[in-house]
Design a protein around this ligand. Structure first.
Ligand code: AMP
Ligand code: FE
Ligand code: FE
Ligand code: ZN
Length: 292
């Protein structure tokens, strides 16, 4: 097993000393994280966070439990999701915050994306089997145990079945783009994603722009009605964060940040490793659409 023991480096975003801090990008086992909402909330409190947002991929199902757990831990909670979207053929992720999780249009859209994710797992297993890797579909669906499964679940099932040495090796050998079991996901265009979020009373933030290696897309995405840009993220260097914060100012976007913690899915849990001053959360909250 490949265990990384070093704690993640902390990204403390410039802000008032001793002020309240937020982590606005967190996953639970309702998508591809490994923590329950209760465990995530407990760890967030232990890390000294004051405000957290749950942003599972294409689902808001964990938000009810997370709201309750955060209440018990004395944390302020923001219900959210991370929507799979597309701009000019590039997969991009749009974070929605303060979503009305009962919004019917949002729920219908999310259910569609979840069905596509479930069908995609079936196709991934079929391709693995055709390539001589005898992973069973049930092994993946049992391990995933959620409505919004993804490649990390397949990776963990491959490791558990002894068909890959570790999580990263599973991606490298089978799951990354260009490999035998890679299947692209359904994605809505960014304008649709931003519209769904606004329609559900939320604000829309472009997640981890550094991952796309396509900064030229950011102004185009911003023009679809974006409210914020995730400048601080575990996969961004300090230099990237500074550059994105300047770009956010230029594009009239709120500069936000989050760890993108997936629990123990990969090495050390990241929750609390990005610490966003509460003032940024207040600026973001001010972008919430007026309630009808
Ligand atoms: P999916 O949404 O099913 O396409 O899975 C995307 C998730 O897989 C992301 O959250 C990443 O954390 C993880 N991932 C994507 N590519 C890799 C890779 N090459 N190695 C390890 N993890 C990856
Ligand atoms: Fe993920
Ligand atoms: Fe993402
Ligand atoms: Zn994420």
């Amino acid at each position: 097993m490949n265990i990384t023991t070093a704690a993640p480096a902390t990204r403390t975003v410039p802000g008032p000393a001793g002020g309240r801090v937020a982590d606005l990008h967190l996953h639970t086992f309702f998508s591809d994280g490994t923590f329950s909402p209760e465990e995530l909330a407990r760890r967030a409190r232990e890390k000294g966070l004051n405000i957290v947002a749950l942003t599972d991929h294409d689902t808001v199902e964990g938000c009810g439990r997370m709201a309750y757990a955060c209440g018990a831990e004395g944390l302020e909670f923001i219900p959210g999701a991370e929507l799979t979207a597309e701009c000019a053929g590039v997969e991009v992720h749009i974070l929605g915050y303060w979503l009305d999780t009962g919004d019917a249009t949002l729920q219908t859209a999310l259910e569609k994306f979840q069905r596509v994710r479930q069908d995609r797992i079936v196709e991934m297993v079929r391709r693995l089997n055709a390539a001589g890797v005898p992973l069973s579909l049930q092994a993946v669906t049992t391990l995933a145990g959620c409505n919004s499964p993804g490649r990390p679940h397949v990776a963990r099932a491959l490791v558990a079945a002894g068909m890959a040495v570790d999580f990263d090796a599973a991606f490298e050998r089978f799951l990354k783009k260009g490999r035998v079991a890679f299947v692209s996901k359904a994605r809505m265009d960014v304008t649709t994603a931003v519209g769904l979020i606004h329609g559900a009373g939320g604000v829309a933030v472009l997640a981890h722009p550094g991952i796309y290696r396509n900064d030229g897309l950011i102004p185009q995405i911003a023009a679809s009605g974006l409210d914020g840009l995730e400048c601080w993220h575990t996969k961004h260097t300090a230099g990237q964060s500074t550059t994105y914060a300047a770009l956010a100012t230029k594009l009239n976007l709120v500069a936000t940040g989050g760890s993108d913690c997936h629990g123990m899915a990969k090495d050390h849990p990241l929750v609390g490793s990005v610490r966003l001053p509460a003032v940024q959360v207040e600026l973001l909250a001010a972008r919430r659409p007026a309630q009808p």
